[in-house]
Design a protein around this ligand. Structure first.
Ligand code: ATP
Ligand code: MG
Length: 488
């Protein structure tokens, strides 16, 4: 099939850019021309769209998702079909997945306070889905997304099924690393399978690794592929005590994780909220005192241009439950400070005229649409053009526009020393600018820049509301952004 980019589907959805390729299909950012909002479009692979069983699977996903409306679940807008392809539409989440966040932290454990914020959001989403008869069946960091406001969402109820039907034929299709034993065996799947997956995720967030990785003693002869050995581990091996991987995890918290990882679903927590309550009790914190958002962005006022590295180290996990509450309160103050500093910061490198502030980003409203067939969102703020004289920055002018792929900015965009939101800003560029793309890391693009007074000749810009133009397949994929040099 010809490239979808720039095509308008069903006279309504203009395909703006490719986001990523997942197990079931490709994800694109599309612009809904009727509503003027960006959406995420998940397209079935061409060869899969013809397979009636796969299509049926997506249809089931669509039906399950349409019933769900919760602040921690990505709003879903329906399953669509053209002559050539079938696709799902959901709210575009303008931020990274938890998988990307963990990878960026080089698989170091998260502070327990952060892990609990994710757990609270996920338990809320799953508790709601379970009460509505939907089991997610594919809970994993790749399906947890964080938007720019720090809101946490569960997405891809891809193999979700209604609890009233018996077994899923897709038991083997999910991700084995997070899969409960009964799901691996294709038995009846209940909410307990999602509790198990949450247990794997909490283990991973607090230790930096998953309980079964296919490398354990005793799995050597259980299968030729890592996935076979991982399945064997989930079915037959005792999970390791999280403290054997990270001794900072308390005994009480380790016990909650091991209970969620019981082989017998009946021995696990009976609901997502029971699991959250037990973990919170073990950590010495009340669930309703936990923040509803996670902080993954940091203030530009604390930037260090010389190192090109992240300079705010994640806070250390509290040593004991007693230390946790003050730390959390400190975290709250930090959050407020970061928000204040972020909103209040100037652009020292650019000297933007003070009388024309950059349009502020308006987060998507968290209110849920009542009609799931069409997104109901407030329009984006209109872009206010800069007055002359234009601010002092240089970028490759249009006349030198390369033949290679370009990032066209539809919106004022921050340019950072690294991908993801936790890196420092180099500068920002206004809407309308085209920048040559020299590399890609997920939804982050490495672009060529020239900024007076700054040594940087490359920086990272988030795809967010921008458009990739030109031959996207020629963009070099960057596996490890820490190896990229940003200045000569
Ligand atoms: N609603 C969304 N808004 C913005 N980006 C999204 C959205 N849903 C998915 N993505 C992006 O697309 C990527 C691929 O998603 P996809 O669900 O296809 O695969 P995955 O969940 O990462 O892994 P798997 O292949 O195991 O399903 C995600 O990692 C995320 O970066
Ligand atoms: Mg996914």
């Amino acid at each position: 099939m010809a490239s979808l980019i720039n095509q308008t589907l069903l006279s309504q959805f203009r395909v703006d850019s490719f986001v990523a390729s997942g197990g079931m299909g490709s994800v694109y950012r599309v612009w809904d021309l009727k509503r003027n909002v960006p959406l995420a479009m998940k397209v079935l692979h061409a060869e899969m769209a013809d397979d009636p069983s796969v299509f049926k699977h997506f249809k089931r996903e669509a039906n399950a998702l349409k019933k769900l409306a919760h602040p921690n679940i990505v709003p879903f807008y329906g399953l669509y079909q053209t002559v050539d392809l079938a696709f799902l539409l959901e709210r575009f989440i303008d931020g990274p997945s938890l998988k990307e966040i963990l990878r960026q932290k080089k698989n170091e454990p998260l502070p327990i306070s952060d892990a609990l914020v994710y757990l609270k959001a996920l338990c809320a989403a799953l508790g709601y889905a379970h009460v509505n008869g939907v089991v997610h069946c594919d809970v994993k960091p790749g399906n947890v997304m964080v938007d720019r406001g720090g809101n946490i969402y569960l997405t891809d109820f891809g193999i979700a099924r209604h609890a009233e039907s018996t077994t899923t034929t897709l038991g083997a299709a999910g991700t084995p690393a997070y899969m409960a034993p009964e799901q691996i065996l294709g038995k009846e799947v209940t909410p307990a399978a999602d509790i198990y997956a949450l247990g794997v995720m909490l283990f991973q967030m607090l230790t930096g690794q998953r309980p079964f990785r296919g490398t354990e003693v005793g799995t050597e002869k259980s299968g030729q592929t890592a996935n076979e050995r991982i399945r064997y581990g989930h079915l037959h091996l005792k999970p390791p005590d999280p403290r054997s991987v990270n001794e900072a995890v308390s005994g009480a918290i380790a016990q909650t994780i091991l209970k969620a990882l019981k082989k017998d679903p009946a021995e696990r927590y009976h609901s997502a909220s029971d699991f959250l309550a037990a973990v919170c009790e073990a950590a010495g914190v009340a669930a309703d005192e936990l923040p509803n958002q996670i902080v993954i962005f940091q203030s530009a006022d604390q930037q260090d241009y010389s190192s090109g590295k992240e300079i705010i180290a994640p806070p250390s996990p509290p040593k004991s439950p007693g230390n946790f509450v003050p730390w959390l309160l400190g975290g709250g103050v930090t959050l407020i400070l970061i928000v204040v500093l972020t909103l209040g910061r100037g652009n020292p490198l650019l000297g933007f005229p003070t009388q024309t502030p950059l349009p502020t980003y308006t987060p998507f409203p968290t209110a849920l649409p009542t009609d799931t067939s069409v997104p109901t969102q407030t329009p984006f703020p209109t872009y206010t053009p800069y007055p002359t004289p234009r601010p002092r920055f240089i970028y490759p002018p249009t006349s030198t526009k390369q033949s290679g792929p370009m990032l066209h900015l539809n919106y004022n965009s921050m340019c950072r020393v690294g991908p993801l939101g936790s890196y420092n800003d180099v500068t920002s560029f206004p809407a309308g600018v085209d920048l040559p793309i020299v590399g890609q890391y997920y939804v982050w693009y490495l672009v060529q820049v020239s900024v007076p007074g700054s040594k940087y000749t490359k920086c990272w810009i988030w795809l967010n509301l921008n458009t990739v133009q030109g031959n996207i397949s020629s963009i070099p994929q960057i596996d490890d952004p820490s190896t990229v040099r940003l200045y000569p």
